[in-house]
Design a binder for this molecule. Structure first.
Ligand SMILES: NC(=O)c1ccc[n+]([C@@H]2O[C@H](COP(=O)([O-])OP(=O)(O)OC[C@H]3O[C@@H](n4cnc5c(N)ncnc54)[C@H](OP(=O)(O)O)[C@@H]3O)[C@@H](O)[C@H]2O)c1
Length: 194
């Protein structure tokens, strides 16, 4: 098990991800994670360590609710990066930024007051990764295969990005997981109730 997340002014790329690497369905759907059981202390851990949230305009337009972060348990400054802030409807607690991603992170870190900034956007996370501004990729892997959607990391033609696993002795170690498909198979013939 990973060590608990700590509040240390870090920039986290934080998602629940399907086993095949998607963080949302093709139309930004998130309902695929409703059957996932998260550990009971997870929300408290991230509510306590998150100081600000940085997202992108597509995610905001689909879920324009700053009060909905962590099911409403977290309240704080939300920043939305967009090329066209002028047509965004003002919302309490939300600042629409039109700047480069590094500047957006600087602004969000300042607002986070020493806690972490959560980057809830695959596209912005990728840009920040290229700039060396992601401290941790923090994932909860849901037991589901989606087959299509918005990938955590989509960079056709790009080179592999090597990672170190946090909180373990061997940072290059693989994570072993085993899953079984959920079946709705009928009981074998002969076992049917009379
Ligand atoms: N699984 C999870 O745990 C989880 C958690 C949170 C969110 N999500 C999902 O994550 C998805 C986010 O989708 P996404 O990454 O495709 O879209 P996104 O990051 O929300 O939005 C992308 C848009 O942000 C703006 N943007 C990105 N970089 C910019 C830059 N450098 N400068 C100015 N504007 C910039 C652009 O909008 P404009 O050009 O229109 O300005 C761009 O089209 C959503 O579906 C959301 O539901 C999943």
């Amino acid at each position: 098990m990973n060590e608990p997340q700590t509040a240390a002014g870090k920039v986290l790329w934080h998602f629940t991800m399907s086993l095949d690497g998607f963080v949302a369905g093709p139309d930004h759907e998130l309902d695929w994670m409703t059957e996932t059981t998260f550990r009971p202390d997870l929300t408290d851990e991230y509510v306590g360590t998150t100081g600000a949230v940085l997202g992108g305009r597509d995610g905001w337009d689909r879920y324009p609710d700053a009060g909905g972060v962590y099911g409403g348990a977290w309240q704080g400054p939300v920043f939305v990066l967009t090329h066209h802030p002028e047509d965004a409807a003002p919302a309490d607690g939300v600042t629409f930024l039109s700047c480069d991603p590094a500047e957006a992170v600087r602004i969000a870190l300042e607002a986070a007051g020493g806690k972490n900034v959560e980057v809830l956007s695959p596209t912005i996370g990728r840009q920040l990764l290229e700039l060396g501004l992601i401290d941790e990729i923090d994932l909860h892997i849901a037991p589901v295969l989606l087959g299509e959607g918005i990938r955590l990391y989509d960079n056709p033609g790009g080179k592999p990005i090597h990672l170190h696993r946090a909180g373990v002795d061997d940072p290059a170690s693989a994570v072993d997981v085993r899953y079984r498909p959920v079946t709705t198979a009928k009981p074998p013939a002969g076992n049917a109730p009379e």
